[in-house]
Design a protein around this ligand. Structure first.
Ligand SMILES: *Cc1c(COP(=O)(O)O)cnc(C)c1O
Length: 221
């Protein structure tokens, strides 16, 4: 099937309140343009440098999502155009995003990455850490960032019950945080292999790569 057909098939199964982020990491601009010409305008990349290079050559009405882990010294390269940063997991990173957003007179939307997988992963905060960050003075002083929700990745496993439990825990964290932070509106969870399950568990934003663009054949860290 073509990229266009893949997109149409996936979109036909999504509730209208769910945003589809087409994850184009490692894929060429020609593939992305095929999606763009089919009417798709929301793309996710996991490396700042790649996203900047693609941003420079692609149409300007695209919504760019940074879905990977971000190093602080890279924030400045995307601050003028990025629409949503999914993987914020420290106040230090948030403060840098705020500083760079200020330079461009923008307010940048962010999600807190919460660790829901049982496997050892370097990235993501615990619920308590996220709650503390949101209540902190440091965050209240960040006038140019808005944390509008949470992002999480389930364990890489075939065990659907386990994945479901992890997604449910993220939805539960979101609901608790939203009580104090009514601006919360995004739960970013679900990828090619598990986005339907994620939606059943309350996802409002799915990040789908290989089911749209085909398998990625080379290493991507
Ligand atoms: C690569 C990636 C995806 C998409 O993965 P697929 O399985 O190809 O859909 C989603 N989220 C993040 C954070 C990723 O790095």
């Amino acid at each position: 099937m073509s990229i266009k057909e893949n997109l149409q098939k996936i979109k036909s199964t999504l509730p209208e309140y769910v945003t589809l982020v087409a994850v184009s990491k490692t894929k060429p601009v020609s593939d992305m343009m095929e999606a763009y010409n089919a009417g798709h305008k929301v793309f996710g990349e996991n490396k700042v440098q790649d996203m900047v290079e693609k941003y420079e050559v692609m149409p300007k009405d695209i919504e760019w999502h940074m879905i990977g882990h971000v190093q602080r010294n890279k924030v400045k390269h995307m601050a003028s155009f990025v629409n949503l940063i999914h993987g914020v997991d420290s106040i230090k990173l948030l403060e840098e995003i705020n500083k760079q957003a200020m330079k461009h007179n923008r307010v940048i939307d962010c999600l807190l990455q919460i660790k829901i997988a049982s496997e050892d992963s370097k990235f993501g905060m615990s619920f308590n850490e996220a709650n503390e960050l949101l209540g902190s003075r440091a965050y209240s002083e960040c006038s140019n960032v808005n944390i509008i929700g949470v992002m999480g990745m389930a364990t890489f496993t075939e065990n659907k019950e386990q994945i479901k439990k992890e997604f449910q825990s993220l939805k539960n964290y979101f609901d608790q945080l939203k009580k104090e932070h009514p601006i919360f509106r995004v739960i970013s969870m679900g990828m090619s292999g598990d986005y339907q399950l994620a939606i059943d568990c309350g996802s409002t934003m799915v990040r789908v790569g290989s089911s749209i663009f085909g398998a990625r054949h080379y290493s991507e860290q």
